[in-house]
Design a binder for this molecule. Sequence first.
Ligand SMILES: Cc1ncc(COP(=O)(O)O)c(C=O)c1O
Length: 458
Amino acid sequence: MDTLTEAGKVEPNRMTRISIKTELPGPEARKVIEMDKKYLVTSTKSLPVVGKRGSGVFVEDVDGNVFLDFASGISVTNMGHVHPYITEKVQQQLKLLWHFAGTDYYYREQVDAAKLLTEVTPGKFDKKVFFSNSGTEANEASLKLAKIHRGRQQFIAFIGGFHGRTQGSLAFTASKSTQHKGLFPWMGGVTHVPFPNPYRNPFGIDGYESPDELTNRVLDYIETYVFKMQVPPEDIAAFLVEPIQGEGGYIVPPMNFHKKLKKLAEENGIITIMDEVQSGFGRTGKMFASEHFGVEPEIMSLAKSIASGIPMGASVVKADLDFPQQGLHSNTFGGNLLASVACVATIEAMKKERAVENAKIQGEYMKKRLNELKEKYPQIGDVRGIGLMLAIDFVKDQRTREPDAKLRDNVEMASYRNGLLLLSTGVSAIRLIPALNVNKIQVEMGIETLEKAIKQSL
Ligand SMILES: Cc1ncc(COP(=O)(O)O)c(C=O)c1O
């Protein structure tokens, strides 16, 4: 595979392995980090890595160190960094037209991207798309659509869920209380309920051993403690739910949960909004995680990988949930030409390379290898996830499942020092989310580096 230099010339890809040549962070990286501290507001930075060039699953930093990237820009570069086909398509578009007010005027590329999104998302019914620039904006639009269509003001969200940080989406986000610190009150009308987390839940149920009991307990909670005691179902516009919780810790609910939740929603005229911002676009070895659960939501929020890193969000909705009149919702950049072209090219490249099938195959292999690590290291309490949406959870005691966030942080840092980029998630887990076209040698390289990091952290 070839990669592009800064000058735009194609040169052979020289990144095939991890190569750490300097102390970490290196001298050039330290300069950038210092300037970042001076000029950027405090955010969520977790590792002192400064990227310069990428190719596939590798990233070179400003000091010439090469890292194996098992974070993919938080599940954004799902076809790998600087994918040659997607790069070429975007470069061609750059020479034609960048931006043309897709809200007020027309262009073919936006229509092509929307048509493809309606085809690849679950459900044979007619659909329409609203384009935005991020996951949180996709959710904002999805919520407005539900509110307007049902003429209801209330929503249900799930504890552990993450849906973004704009004021509307933030009201649904409930994975870390720091996300809300100093920001109350949040948007009214959101009631949070427990998510059926099989590993740790407030009911004390082992959801791996008793998945049906866990599902029933959560549904019973919604019916008894919300519908009967707090919010009547006829006032609820929608459930906003992730099929697999992402920032909450890569939590896979029991396989019957979403179907039962959807049934409960339908019985009460409630819309299901699936937030597939992180889990969608092949990450789980199917195009969308909802498909694993046999659910076809009325509305889907998408972002992250749908344009391979050119900012794009999308709400894909049942056609009859379209906004009833012009002017109810809009934005400047949504469905911008570059993003639309990147979105189409991403889907084409995924199909051509059978990336979703590869995610399933490599994901199964990686999960098997992670389970082997769990057998060896009692500090790993749980290995979970589907396809290439995988995580390991660190514990003080496998029996009590008490989280060990400090060990998790140490492993993340040690992995980086050994040349493997990972990202934490949830209370005490690390996610492993390489590009969907990762190969077995690279998976093995990642697992071996992770094991080295675990040994160094004990
Ligand atoms: C499931 C989910 N929804 C929404 C968002 C918010 O997306 P963005 O950061 O693009 O606003 C995220 C981001 O991590 C996410 O994982």
